[in-house]
Design a protein. Structure first.
Length: 236
């Protein structure tokens, strides 16, 4: 007898894929619809794609992620439901500190066919422009200190280099003549910080000052009015 009642812990499916990106299970008991569950691993993303004539529904059942639909990015967490129109590009990215699980319902199709149109990356442009807003493994999340904060999905060691946090720009429009990058813009203040800034020519760079575990928030000790005060020039 077919099992017609399932739940988000066990959808009654079979494993389709199990690799270092995700665990994918499909339940194909219905004639026209597939019930699918994805466990997306830390720091990984699904392949962005679209279905020309098929709609889809995503139910997030555990963890948090970023859901992209077309040109819009949405924060996703347990209990959220997303409706994907036919032909609309969509992708799930998990840059957080735990695995993310979501269940999908869509029109049944052959996964080996060309029904799903995957977005191809321009390898030439990637080589010419390899800028990343944040270093690999860092992500922005809700902070217990204030607002959004900067977190890591992997273990960081003392003296690990994080990159450029501020760029010198001599203008009255910017406080202390520095423009903050995303790295410097989202990191919160702490009296017991685990990171520090240091001066390097026209930049401030950030490095880890004490070992940090995956899932922890990165912090620095702000120096009021002067972002360079008490920082050591890296060239000295």
């Amino acid at each position: 007898m077919k099992r017609m009642k399932v739940n988000d812990k066990n959808i009654g499916g079979v494993v389709i894929k199990d690799n270092d990106t995700y665990l994918l299970e499909d339940n194909n008991l219905l004639n026209n619809l597939t019930l699918s569950k994805t466990t997306l691993k830390i720091g990984k993303s699904t392949n962005g794609h679209s279905h020309e004539n098929e709609e889809e529904v995503y139910f997030f059942v555990n963890g948090t992620a970023t859901m992209t639909i077309g040109d819009e990015n949405y924060p996703a967490q347990k209990g959220d439901i997303f409706l994907i129109p036919a032909g609309k590009f969509h992708r799930v990215k998990n840059m957080n500190s735990q695995e993310c699980e979501f269940v999908c319902v869509f029109q049944k199709y052959d996964r080996e066919s060309k029904t799903a149109v995957y977005k191809k990356e321009n390898k030439t442009n990637m080589k010419e422009n390899n800028y990343r807003p944040l270093p690999e493994g860092l992500y922005i999340g809700m902070s217990e200190i204030e607002g959004n904060g900067l977190f890591t999905s992997k273990e960081l060691k003392k003296d690990d280099e994080m990159g450029i946090s501020h760029i010198r720009y001599n203008s009255d429009d910017f406080h202390s003549n520095y423009i903050r990058t995303p790295l410097g813009g989202f990191i919160n203040h702490s009296e017991t910080p685990n990171c520090e800034f240091y001066e390097c020519g026209a930049y401030l760079k950030m490095k880890i000052s004490t070992d940090i575990n995956a899932g922890e928030e990165l912090t620095v000790k702000y120096t009021l009015y002067d972002p360079c005060k008490n920082y050591v020039d890296a060239n000295e």
